[in-house]
Design a protein around this ligand. Structure first.
Ligand SMILES: C[S@@+](CC[C@H](N)C(=O)[O-])C[C@H]1O[C@@H](n2cnc3c(N)ncnc32)[C@H](O)[C@@H]1O
Length: 286
């Protein structure tokens, strides 16, 4: 980390100590962990800024993700110059291909929150194929216009838990949820929690348009992701291992992209995490 980052860190730490004094004793622990998380993300940002100033070696650039050819979804988007509107950040297409391609041609059910002008629903149908079922949610009544024999429409507020309960009753479970709705952190939090009830094992959740550093929804996701590192209940026996917590058991992985987060669910529960040693020759120091 450079000296600018270090001196900012020291200033921030001293400020944090002063701020902490303002909180009554009983709230200090919560305040401290909030300040620590905020500080850590600021520090990471400063540290990474310095790191990313280092130019990439040409060998890395050759294998860069940026060099991948446009996939089918991006080709569809580029070719779609008329008709129902689609509005996506271009760099999302790479991530879609990475996480969605295994569902193509299967009997999959896709739910997108945020319909707007209907074009993305048609794009999903084209990509996933004729066995797919596509569903859209929007708060605007006008979006009912995009219902047809391949696309189901539900009108409601993604921040309303009652709406989600009704939706679950009518719809059952789905393989993929894409949150491209109102983009407010409280809407995104509720949508994530409710989507976890709807998702089938092996399903994928995507939240689009998480804008701004220190975004509250991002902090929420980071807290969730922190659960993946839980190591609380050590398993009996010689071998290193822990009992999986609820997040480790259900969540396969969490992926971050600019403005985008993807959560992949496990196909089945993982009950424990183990680190076996294989081999017969070992150094004496561990
Ligand atoms: C960015 S647009 C969706 C774009 C579309 N998915 C696409 O790719 O072209 C956002 C949509 O979310 C809808 N929306 C906003 N707030 C909402 C809420 N609370 N619940 C459900 N939909 C909401 C808006 O009406 C709008 O149609």
């Amino acid at each position: 980390m450079d000296t600018q980052a270090l001196s900012s860190a020291n200033i921030a730490r001293r400020a944090a100590q002063r701020v902490l004094g303002v909180f009554p004793e009983r709230h200090r622990r919560g305040a401290l962990s909030f300040i620590r998380m905020t500080l850590n993300s600021r520090l990471a940002l400063l540290g990474m800024k310095a790191y990313t100033r280092t130019p990439l070696r040409p060998a890395s650039a050759e294998h860069s993700e940026d060099r991948r050819l446009p996939g089918r979804l991006e080709q569809y988007f580029d070719a779609h110059t008329e008709g129902y509107g689609i509005w996506k950040w271009r760099h999302y297409f790479d991530a879609y291909e990475r996480h969605f391609s295994r569902f193509v041609g299967k009997r999959v059910r896709i739910l997108e929150i945020g319909i707007y002008s209907g074009g993305s629903l048609a794009m999903w149908r084209d990509y996933f194929g004729s066995d797919s079922e596509i569903y859209g949610v929007d708060i605007e009544e006008a979006c009912r216009a995009y219902a047809d024999e391949c696309v189901g429409i539900f009108i409601g507020d993604q921040a309303d838990r009652k709406f989600w309960r009704d939706l679950q009753q009518q719809l059952g479970t789905v393989d993929i949820v894409i949150d491209d709705g109102g983009h407010e952190p409280h809407q995104q939090m509720i949508t994530l929690e409710e989507s976890l009830r709807l998702l089938r094992p092996g399903g994928v959740y995507v939240c689009e348009d998480i804008h701004g550093t220190l975004n509250p929804f991002m902090s929420y996701i980071n807290g969730f992701a922190d659960g993946l590192n839980g190591a609380d209940k050590r398993l009996d026996g010689e071998e290193l291992g822990y009992k999986a917590n609820a997040i480790q058991s259900a969540v396969h992985s969490i992926h971050h992209y600019p403005y985008l987060v993807v959560i992949e669910m496990r196909a089945g529960p993982m009950r424990e995490l183990r680190a076996p040693r294989h081999g017969t020759q070992w150094q004496p120091f561990l």
